[in-house]
Design a protein around this ligand. Structure first.
Ligand SMILES: Nc1nc2c(ncn2[C@@H]2O[C@H](COP(=O)(O)OP(=O)(O)OP(=O)(O)O)[C@@H](O)[C@H]2O)c(=O)[nH]1
Length: 643
């Protein structure tokens, strides 16, 4: 056994010797114990218990067996106690010894609550409040942990978990299966091989029938991690002391770690306002003067002080023994995490310095995709141009309809020319009547043109958005920024196109084309056909097709209604091409260039960390795995110091 961990028989020393020996002893004790306790504290602090079980001590016992009284004696603070169910949630009691002269302090934590207080008499009310919040007012239980850390020069370095007492018969307000609920909760703690099970059994009951001991034996058949505490020795019936000694010798239920008897404050002590310090003195006195148990004092098998030393020693030994297995478990978990991370793919780098370049790379990839989309139209499924073409076709249909209605209007006008005729001489048509007709028809195209623009914007914007979702599926903040940029750019571009369309329609209302274009149009269209037809008619009738009279209709200098129909063909062709080209240029090509510039601006001065925050299940899982890996790595590093 480690010499510095030997338990001293302090009760046999006089006052001075006691002071001197305890001082030296405690220093040596502390220097040996503290690093292990601190290591476990550190591991607990970094949350390693989410990955593996840590060595700890769980206090179990039947209801009212005296668990809280034992903890109270060990910690020097009053915990909730009394008859009926008192402990209703697992309570992790962390005792941390401070230098002499420092004050008493406590921190209680549960769910997202954390409260600090400095008055030991408030412990009971804080624990009750926590239990009421977690398990509700009344007699229910809950398996959420309450953590109570006590720092004081008067406590030992220990962490213990107090568990609800085992009960068989539900009391009023408890569910029928309360016994099973409690047993399941206890089992969760005591079945871990990293846990030392502290089984509290009152001396005045039949130990062989104690459920808590039976449960501990079930999970630790060889009794290597079970230490039994016999409480209430003052309530042992006269003549039954010998039975207790039999138990202490392991003759009833053999346990490798054995038994310790403690005498805590009974209800009458509390009623008489006996303090915890006084109770400790009375306890030693009780055993010293006991007819049957006094020799156990010399053997260090009775009193709370002896229990504290024993527990610390056991815990430290237990921690030391667990180190190789902890290291092994960490290694196994680390390789599992690495494998899982590989399966979840590469996310953004964790190192702050690498985040900026990563963002640039992703933005560049995105704008390349947008450029490709504009150039080839190729998208995930299908092609962007196959979506745009029907819309432009629809625009062309509007133009065609307009052409037909224009032709009808010209015919109607020509047939009823007398009604429209002004002061012009016969055979001369009024140009302005026909010009107005063209202008009216051009003006009527404004609405379908704007509708076409809206649809085109919708399609292109939707494709840009889809590309953004595709490129940044896990980055909601980045997506939000870029989607806003897309919306802004398309709004600006739509306004530009709208302005140009209006300008263009105004230009068309000028009713103008270069003569050669018009002449060419006339030749291209029906005039050649008509002239041939006319010539053949003239041939049949013997008329001279080339005489000035008969040539009038083909004379480009003469104003005839047919020529307006030909002219509208030019308008039709110009608008049929120009508007789609305008929309493609501004809504697609130029918008892509603008988006590239604006999205790349996000690299500069933007909150890169925020932009690269992930939201998807994979991202969440990946972040969790990275945290886990970091935790395991830190744990491994810390454990290697103590190995
Ligand atoms: N006489 C005497 N009474 C004791 C001793 N230890 C505990 N008690 C009393 O036994 C009763 C139950 O003690 P608790 O510490 O509340 O028991 P518990 O096991 O924590 O109770 P639950 O959490 O409800 O299961 C209390 O009234 C204590 O004062 C002892 O050594 N002697």
């Amino acid at each position: 056994m480690d010499a510095t961990l030997e338990i001293l028989n302090l009760d046999s020393l006089d006052e001075n010797e006691f002071q001197e020996r305890t001082g030296v002893f405690l220093k040596q004790w502390e220097s040996r114990v503290r690093p292990y306790i601190e290591m476990i504290d550190y591991l607990r602090h970094i949350g390693i218990e989410k990955d593996l079980a840590l060595p700890s001590i769980a206090v179990v016992g039947d209801q009212s067996s005296g668990k809280s009284s034992v903890l109270e004696a060990l910690s020097g603070v009053a915990l909730p106690r009394g008859s009926g169910i008192v402990t209703r949630c697992p309570l992790e009691l962390k005792l941390r010894k401070l230098e002499a002269g420092t004050g008493w302090g406590a921190v209680i934590s549960y769910r997202d609550v954390q409260e600090t207080f400095t008055n030991p008499s408030q412990v009971e009310s804080y624990v009750r409040k926590a239990q009421n919040m977690l398990a509700g007012d009344g007699v229910g239980i809950c398996d959420e942990l309450i953590s109570l850390e006590i720092t004081s020069p008067d406590v030992c370095n220990l962490t213990l978990i107090d568990l609800p007492g085992i009960t068989r018969v539900p009391v009023k307000g408890q569910p029928e299966d309360i016994g099973d609920q409690i047993r399941r909760l206890i089992l969760k703690f005591i079945e871990k091989k990293e846990t030392i099970n502290l089984v509290v059994v009152p001396c005045n009951v039949d130990i062989a029938t104690t459920e808590a001991l039976r449960m501990a034996q079930g999970v630790d058949p060889h009794g290597t991690r079970t230490l039994a505490i016999l409480t209430k020795p003052d309530l042992v019936d006269k003549g039954a002391e010998a039975d207790i000694l039999q138990i202490m010798q392991g003759k009833v239920v053999p346990l490798k770690k054995g038994y310790i008897i403690v005498r805590c404050r009974g209800q009458s002590d509390i009623n008489e306002n006996i303090s915890l310090a006084e109770a400790t003195r009375l306890e030693t006195e009780f055993f010293r003067s006991h007819n049957h148990f006094s020799y156990l004092l010399d053997e260090e098998r009775v009193t709370t002080r002896c229990l504290a030393n024993r527990l610390t020693k056991d815990l430290v030994e237990h921690i030391k023994a667990s180190l190789p297995s902890l290291t092994e478990q960490i290694q196994i978990r680390l390789s599992t995490v690495r494998l899982e991370l590989k399966n979840y793919g590469q996310g953004p780098p964790l190192e702050p310095g690498k985040k900026g370049p990563y963002l640039s790379k992703r933005l560049l990839e995105f704008s390349d995709q947008i450029s490709d989309l504009c150039r080839t139209g190729a998208k995930g499924e299908g092609n962007l141009y196959s979506l745009l073409r029907p819309v432009f076709k629809q625009w062309e249909c509007h133009l065609r309809d307009s052409k037909t209605s224009f032709r009808d209007a010209v015919t109607e006008l020509t047939e009823n020319y007398e009604a429209y005729r002004g002061r012009e001489l016969i055979t001369f048509s009024d140009y302005s009547v026909y010009e107005l007709l063209i202008q009216t028809h051009v003006q009527a195209l404004r609405l379908p043109a704007m509708e076409t623009l809206k649809i085109i914007r919708g399609i292109v914007q939707n494709e840009f958005r889809t590309m953004c979702e595709f490129c940044f599926p896990n980055f909601p903040n980045l997506r939000y920024k870029i989607l806003n940029q897309i919306d802004d750019i398309h709004s600006k571009q739509e306004a530009k196109v709208e302005k140009r369309i209006l300008e263009y329609l105004s230009m068309e209302k000028l009713v103008y084309t270069q003569d050669p274009v018009f002449t060419q149009k006339m030749v291209d269209f029906q005039f050649v056909e008509q002239q041939q037809e006319y010539e053949s008619v003239c041939l049949d009738t013997g008329e001279d097709a080339t005489s000035p009279k008969n040539c009038a209709i083909f004379d480009t200098r003469k104003l005839t209604p047919e020529k307006f129909i030909i002219y509208f063909e030019i308008v039709y062709q110009r608008l049929a091409d120009f508007l789609p080209m305008l929309m493609l240029l501004f809504m697609l090509k130029e918008a892509a260039v603008m988006l590239r510039a604006e999205s790349m601006d996000l690299r500069d001065g933007a909150d890169v960390v925020k932009l690269l925050t992930e939201d998807s299940e994979a991202g969440r899982k990946r972040a969790e795995l990275h945290q886990r890996m970091e935790r395991l790595r830190q744990a491994q590093e810390r454990i290697s110091i103590n190995l």
